[in-house]
Design a protein around this ligand. Structure first.
Ligand SMILES: C[S@@+](CC[C@H](N)C(=O)[O-])C[C@H]1O[C@@H](n2cnc3c(N)ncnc32)[C@H](O)[C@@H]1O
Length: 212
């Protein structure tokens, strides 16, 4: 992805770990929600990015078998560096996975949970719809898709900052930008998932979507 994002140019430590300020900022509230959900079993994290979340969350949630992934090979290097530093047994080596590729769920059946943080606004709507459908297909009955990010509500951004960020994304690529909450929950419902909407800091939402 060659978008200019607030985290572009995030520093890299000598051991290969990259640091994204946004991942630092939202880690605590996301972790608190994951803990409250009482998750256990196999979790696939899509679009893991630097790997900061994977390392921190896997360490704090030992009942989860945490599988990080990303589309970008360079990110796998940073995720692996975070994994080496964390030294936690329940964090697996990262895998290359394009979450917008039709059919990927065939290789990832029976998951207990899927986490996706801050991707849907960065990809076109048809790709986002594929991500949602494939994630739903990969879940075991009773499994949960946890979807975090910024969304439009009734077609509108919820703050000036969100309006500016959404506009900056659309200026870079007219096909991308914030997705509307109702559009996302509609796709989740079509895929058989019932979503609970949780307000998070900085106008973000976590959708906790349950299968079956
Ligand atoms: C804004 S970053 C979010 C990273 C991480 N989840 C976080 O919150 O720090 C978006 C990530 O999505 C990844 N990505 C973009 N398109 C993807 C796709 N089709 N499948 C999987 N990952 C993708 C990028 O490589 C990048 O790591």
């Amino acid at each position: 992805m060659s978008l200019r994002l607030p985290d572009s140019g995030a520093p890299q430590l000598p051991d290969g770990r990259r640091l994204a300020p946004s991942a630092e900022r939202n880690a605590e509230p996301i972790l608190a929600l994951l803990q409250a959900e009482g998750l256990s079993g196999r979790l696939l994290e899509l679009a893991s990015g630097t790997g900061q979340h994977a390392a921190r969350f896997a360490a704090a949630l030992p009942r989860l078998d945490w599988q990080p992934s990303d589309l970008e090979p360079a990110n796998l290097v940073s995720i692996e560096a975070w994994r080496a530093q964390a030294g936690v047994a329940n964090l697996r080596p990262p895998v290359l996975l394009d979450a917008a590729r039709p059919g990927w769920s065939a290789d990832w059946q029976g998951l207990d949970a899927i986490l996706l943080v801050n991707l849907l606004h960065l990809i076109p709507a048809p790709a986002a719809a594929t991500v949602l459908a494939e994630a739903a297909h990969a879940l075991a009955p009773g499994g949960k898709l946890l979807l975090y990010g910024p969304f439009l509500r009734d077609g509108r951004p919820t703050s000036e900052g969100d309006a500016a960020f959404d506009a900056s994304l659309r200026a870079q690529d007219a096909a991308i930008g914030y997705k509307d909450l109702a559009w996302v929950t509609g796709h989740l419902a079509e895929a058989g998932l019932t979503a609970q909407v949780v307000e998070m800091p900085a106008n973000n939402l976590m959708l906790v979507a349950r299968s079956g």
